[in-house]
Design a protein around this ligand. Structure first.
Ligand code: GLU
Length: 287
């Protein structure tokens, strides 16, 4: 079911794990324009579930840099780290339905198993999980949990798909696309260190914030396969999607955190005006 699209609600959802660069500026301007042109609303969300990589000074810089660029957004801004309990409750409910299972494997153990198998299938994020902990009995799970062994919660994707049946979403430039969530295998939805993951938080938050049009880089398009499944499992509405091409530099490389000279901060310190930076973000724009 697609959401009511009478008011377009878009969002820009950066992670405060570094300074925003031109690629982020392009993405933020893209989302804001999509909302503005249809008389809609533009939201900002701080995706800071990764406590090891995110820092408060980068969050402050996001507000400063986007305001300098001339963007404004609705307050309050949703910060994911403030909502860990909501994610935990949702993940536990999915586990109680038998759709998630605890996985005690370490990264090393998974790699060893994948290597031993020789020809492990790969998904968008690397080799698929071989399913080791899916086979544990209820007693074994309980015993390991009781012993205090750290665990993540993984999606039993086949069980989930058996519940939802075939799914699709609307991509603005292509129309209806069939979703293939099995591409990711039994992906982690709640990590060992935090009770959520990018996939779970982003899906819940887009729905909770009433986002009707998700605009983001095409590098995240594969993730939509899975987000569509989570929406179906959680009874959430499905926004429309517009995955845009990635801004590249004069050598055709996409911007990354390592490109210090392309951060909005560095450009501002080098004397560039917001208008010039907006033009830069636009000029390298993919067609
Ligand atoms: N937080 C993600 C990033 O910084 C973007 C998430 C999204 O737009 O869905 O890459």
């Amino acid at each position: 079911m697609s959401q009511d699209t009478s008011t377009t609600v878009t969002r820009f959802a950066p992670s405060p794990s570094g300074y925003l660069h031109l690629g982020h500026a392009y993405s933020a301007l893209y989302a804001e324009k999509a909302a503005r042109e249809s008389g809609g609303r533009f939201l900002l969300r701080i995706e800071d579930i990764d406590r090891g990589r995110c820092r408060p000074e980068f969050e402050t810089a996001i507000y400063e840099d986007l305001a300098w660029l001339g963007l404004s957004w609705e307050e309050p801004v949703r910060r994911q780290s403030d909502h860990m309990d909501e994610y935990r409750v949702t993940a536990s409910a999915l586990e109680a339905r038998g759709l998630l299972y605890p996985c005690f494997c370490t990264r090393k153990e998974i790699l060893a198993e994948v290597e031993a198998a020789g020809h492990a299938p790969h998904g968008p994020d690397g080799p698929l999980y071989p399913g080791t902990c899916r086979k544990l009995s209820a007693d074994e799970r309980l015993a390991r949990k009781t012993a205090g062994d750290a665990f993540a919660l993984r999606l039993d994707v086949n069980r989930a798909l058996a519940e939802t049946g075939p799914l699709s979403w609307t991509e603005i430039s292509e129309g209806e696309i069939a979703a293939d969530p099995a591409l990711f295998g039994d992906v982690v939805l709640a990590r060992k260190d935090v009770p959520t993951s990018y996939h779970l938080s982003v899906t819940m938050d887009d729905a909770l914030q009433g986002v009707t049009l998700v605009t983001r880089g095409v590098d995240l398009k594969p993730a939509t396969q899975l987000h569509r499944l989570l929406q179906a499992l959680l009874g959430l509405p499905t926004p429309r999607y517009d995955h845009h091409g990635l801004l590249t530099d004069e050598l055709g490389r996409r911007y990354a955190k390592r490109d210090k000279a392309a951060t909005l901060r560095a450009l501002r310190e080098a004397g560039r005006t917001p208008e010039e930076v907006r033009a830069l973000a636009h000029d390298g724009a993919p067609t």
